[in-house]
Design a protein around this ligand. Structure first.
Ligand SMILES: [Zn+2]
Length: 231
């Protein structure tokens, strides 16, 4: 009974968050089919990914010897604090490169305490979830309420740390990309304007969606644990 109430609360929270953040899934569909031929043509003038990354890090005054690795098997870009590395994967749309690379460069320059805290708490959180889930599936989880509350508390801490880092990177990235493009004169001013217009339209939908997906992932874990406790 307890678990059913928790599941209902999680679902209501998700619905309210979706309404509050104005996340519309039909926007996502439009998003994928938008015509961005102009931006694609502009992106043909971009230098190599590593070159762009080095320049942006320099611009941000980062001198902590960040390693830059290209990995075409990856479908995204990622900064990992434990090895101080930016991994640049394959891009779905090449015109996103300046903003995405700037985003990872911001991560590389963020407060190391928050970065390490996010890394450690995320690992503890995943481990805690897997162990409690296995115990629940084998009916070996004592004090189920205490574990459910603990999972909720850890997920809240993890969300706050991740949210702080992501919001900072997402809001600063387009401005840094603009500065980089202006400074390096890779494309002309009209092309920079067109590209930034594209980023703005993407970010209006993308930033709330990223925030929503962070909340969704955490609430789904709580729902899954509730189901495992019930069966
Ligand atoms: Zn990020």
């Amino acid at each position: 009974m307890n678990e059913i109430i928790v599941i209902i609360i999680c679902i209501v929270t998700l619905i309210l968050t979706q309404i509050g953040l104005n996340v519309k899934f039909k926007d996502l569909k439009q998003f994928k089919t938008r015509n961005n031929e102009k931006a694609r043509r502009i992106s043909e003038k971009f230098p190599k990914d590593e070159e762009m990354c080095i320049e942006i890090l320099k611009m941000l005054g980062n001198n902590s010897n960040v390693k830059i690795v290209s990995n075409v098997e990856y479908n995204s870009c990622l900064y990992t604090v434990y090895n101080n590395t930016i991994t640049i994967g394959k891009f779905k749309e090449n015109y996103m490169k300046p903003q995405t690379i700037a985003h990872e460069c911001v991560h590389a320059c963020q407060n190391k305490t928050i970065l390490w805290f996010n890394f450690i708490i995320s690992n503890i959180y995943n481990l805690f979830f897997i162990i409690t889930l296995i115990l629940a599936l084998f009916n070996k989880l004592p004090f189920t309420n205490a574990f459910l509350i603990s999972l909720t508390a850890i997920s809240f801490i993890q969300y706050v740390a991740r949210f702080t880092l992501e919001m900072d990177a997402m809001t600063r990235a387009p401005y840094i990309a603009k500065e980089y493009l202006l400074d390096n004169k890779i494309i002309n001013e009209q092309e920079i304007k067109d590209l930034l217009q594209e980023y703005e339209e993407i970010n209006i939908i993308g930033i709330p969606l990223t925030n929503y997906s962070l909340i969704l992932k955490n609430l789904v874990k709580i729902i899954v644990l509730c189901i495992a406790i019930m069966i």
